[in-house]
Design a protein around this ligand. Structure first.
Ligand code: ADP
Length: 186
């Protein structure tokens, strides 16, 4: 596999995890060896797998930081052709240099993550990863108000915390017209 950086982005419920899982499964069908990681902030469904809202899963190692990911990956890197990372928005900025390092080692790096926060601001390292990627796939969800394509993640309920992951009913997808960057107390 020649080195390649792929970014899958969009709001919550746009199918990023589904698409990441689909690509990793296809790589394994092609007999490529895959290592998949996610940040330990994402406790939705599994500690040892990534999962989509549609309940598809793929084995993954949970790590706390980019350094931790590096320590888990590098001892076995010679045997790995494809590196998958889900919820990449929660990694520190060092993930950008790691992606560049891996691509120069000939690895295919497939990362999925939110491009914007629920305040509609660029999210962590994702905009920079999009800039250095070979390919960016920007997915849309379905607006829960009108059914149009949705590019935003609307925060529902009362908590002000940036990081509230996977809790059902706390977020929904919204189009530009029905999104607002304050919490919807419906
Ligand atoms: P992401 O990783 O982008 O949050 P997932 O891959 O986990 O997305 O989930 C995508 C799945 O979520 C869809 O296939 C569909 O079954 C479900 N879903 C629930 N709400 C929506 C919505 N508003 N728009 C699109 N898909 C939705």
């Amino acid at each position: 596999v020649p080195g390649r950086i792929e970014v899958i982005t969009g709001p919550m419920f746009s199918g990023k995890s589904e698409e990441l899982i689909r690509r990793l499964k296809r790589a394994r069908i092609a007999r490529q060896r895959v290592a998949c990681f996610k940040p330990d902030i994402d406790l939705r469904y599994h500690r040892t797998a990534i999962a989509s809202h549609s309940s598809q899963t793929h084995d993954a190692t949970t790590v706390t930081t980019t350094q931790h990911l590096r320590e888990e990956l590098f001892p076995k890197l010679a045997e790995i052709e494809v590196v998958g990372i889900d919820e990449v928005q929660f990694f520190d900025e060092a993930i950008i240099a790691l992606a560049v390092e891996l691509v120069h080692l000939g690895k295919r790096v497939v990362m999925a993550g939110l491009d914007t926060t629920f305040a509609a601001e660029p999210f962590g390292p994702v905009p920079a990863l999009m800039a250095i990627a070979d390919e960016v796939t920007k997915l849309s969800a379905v607006c829960m108000t009108c059914g149009a394509p949705a590019i935003h993640t609307q925060r529902l309920g009362a908590s002000q915390e940036l990081v509230v992951v996977g809790a059902a009913g706390l977020y929904e997808a919204r189009c530009r017209s029905h999104f607002h960057p304050w919490i919807d107390e419906n």
